[in-house]
Ligand binder design. Sequence first.
Ligand code: NAD
Ligand code: LMR
Length: 350
Amino acid sequence: MAKEPVRVLVTGAADFNGVVESGSGEARRSGQIGYALVPMIARGVMLGPDQPVILHMLDIPPAAEALNGVKMELVDAAFPLLKGVVATTDVVEACTGVGVAVMVGGFPRKEGMERKDVMSKNVSIYKAQASALEKHAAANCKVLVVANPANTNALILKEFAPSIPEKNVTCLTRLDHNRALGQISERLNVQVSDVKNVIIWGNHSSTQYPDVNHATVKTSSGEKPVRELVADDAWLNGEFITTVQQRGAAIIKARKLSSALSAASSACDHIRDWVLGTPVGTWVSMGVYSDGSYGVPAGLIYSFPVTCKNGEWTIVQGNGLGIDEFSRKKLDSTAEELSEEKALAYSCLT
Ligand code: NAD
Ligand code: LMR
């Protein structure tokens, strides 16, 4: 029997050239992740090839016409799984009945800007959208925050939507996880699908800690540790880490726009694994509400290694993931940055 459609919200989904609130009045392309993401969802990349979807797209009033243009394109593409499209600038209409909410809308970081510069613009958006989701989304709606500062926006959303279970509010660090897989695969000249179990700890920022201490590569003679195959601790503890930490900034420098197709694809990976489960023996990185695991302060949205089953994530625990002194310092410093961001976010809201 055919499955009932799931309503999937994507905020920031209009694709338009417009004047953004940068203060400079400049015109630039906008809605880049949303425009890459909606066809992926309509093709079943996010929820699976047998799961019909109804797309809800939200953007701001100046983007209404462009948003309608995206709706026209979705209709024209005749996606078999797409059972309807709601294109709206009304947050209540956008949130009503959604089972998955991908929060992309917001003000992006541009060349030369620190993530903290965009904080005050974004946390007020997330506070307002939290209330709409809490009141109008489906029970058990799964929320993924992509817009930066992603961890802190997710925290604000969670705190201002107290009836949404804390396990349902997450942020995207899967892009960083995938970037780490990509760097290892390039260095070893192996298929990226043969590399697994890297970890992104902490913030989706330049303080994140990409950790390969438990990562492996599938070889013809079984799974081998990444450290053994790379055999260059100086690279793994140095250039590899900074390359992943700085990849977002490198893409902004190259494209004059932040990453879009990789962010959209990673958002699909995040929700797909959360809903449909992670493969046995594999974990992924998700920004989730800290319960104090690994000595990370509770009450932050922090990226941990997680496995997913039956629609629930669980932080990977156990003695297998011993944290050495080098890692400990890095876990703590990204936690410290998140605590500072949390304080700053609250100060922006008052
Ligand atoms: P963009 O500027 O191209 O698009 C943002 C869209 O959000 C625009 O269409 C804008 O009109 C819309 N918007 C603004 N305020 C809104 C509101 N209140 N409600 C609904 N929509 C609203 O930005 P982008 O390149 O698509 O990036 C989106 C966000 O994702 C940025 O914050 C960016 O920094 C972040 N990002 C995160 C990751 C990650 O891995 N977590 C990766 C890349 C980008
Ligand atoms: C990215 O990681 O590509 C984005 O978050 C861009 C940024 O602001 O660093």
